[in-house]
Write a protein that binds this ligand. Sequence first.
Ligand SMILES: [Zn+2]
Length: 319
Amino acid sequence: MPGPVGAIDLGGTKIHAAVVDEHGRIVASDRRPTEAEGGLEAVLRRMTASLQEAATAAGVPAGRLERLGVAVAGAIDSGRGLVAEAPNLPGWHDVPLAEMLKARTGLATVIENDANCSAIGEHTFGAARGVDDVVYITVSTGIGAGIIVAGRVYGGAQGSAGEIGHMVVQPEGPRCGCGRVGCLEAMASGTAIGRAAADSIAAGRSPMLAQIAGEWGGASAEVVSIAAERGDSEAQLILAEAARYLGIGLVNVTHLLNPGMIVLGGGAARMRSRLIEPAIEQLRSHAFASMARDLRVEFAVYGDDSAVLGAAAVALRAG
Ligand SMILES: [Zn+2]
């Protein structure tokens, strides 16, 4: 039986390290800011310190852990243990992260993209256990996906598959953070909802949105959600529009991959009644009936822990 493994979820803003047993139980964990602007060496030090802290809390010497799995927000070459590109980690290009962490911790290390890890975490331990074909979709400040086909992560030719946030769903839409126009992420992410709210406020279309944005320090998806619950029709319209495009994205994913289950995670997935449920209704009514009928749509069981659990699952399997 493999012993507990170390797992780290490395994001642009936070590091989440954990000790995880073979049943997917988080024995102990540690969270701290990434402070990515400090550069590669500083981030590596914070990652190893965070793992050390989790291991101490778990009562397992870090050196006794069986392997280390790391989820990274970026384009990953998992076969070579490389972080090819990581837009949220300034200066990281072709970083041999697995090797560098092995040198510091003494643990055999495997790395994988964070959305893939979330998919693996939910597939191994959570909502999608026993389902062979799964798409995990995170709806947050951005929109991304991890794809599991026949029980294995589908990475495509370069390991970069799953960029569903950059499927074009509105060719006349606003510009996306990636530079293209009308991407799903530009139409339906938390960032897109916040920007639509800022435009409404600037145009004087909703005094209530303006007031709540003032109280909350700016227009955001959260502000829109509050205004919508208080009956503001402009806020309700913004969410309905975002839901419509998210629904188009779900239909496209379903037609492309015919998954057995779509798992939804990420902060914006908490806006169930006005964002997620209308998008799912759109999916049910616009996708091929035979595919929609048998498709299950579930929420991530582990929420923000999905990625660290997936990293642990990758490490457990690596033996
Ligand atoms: Zn884009």
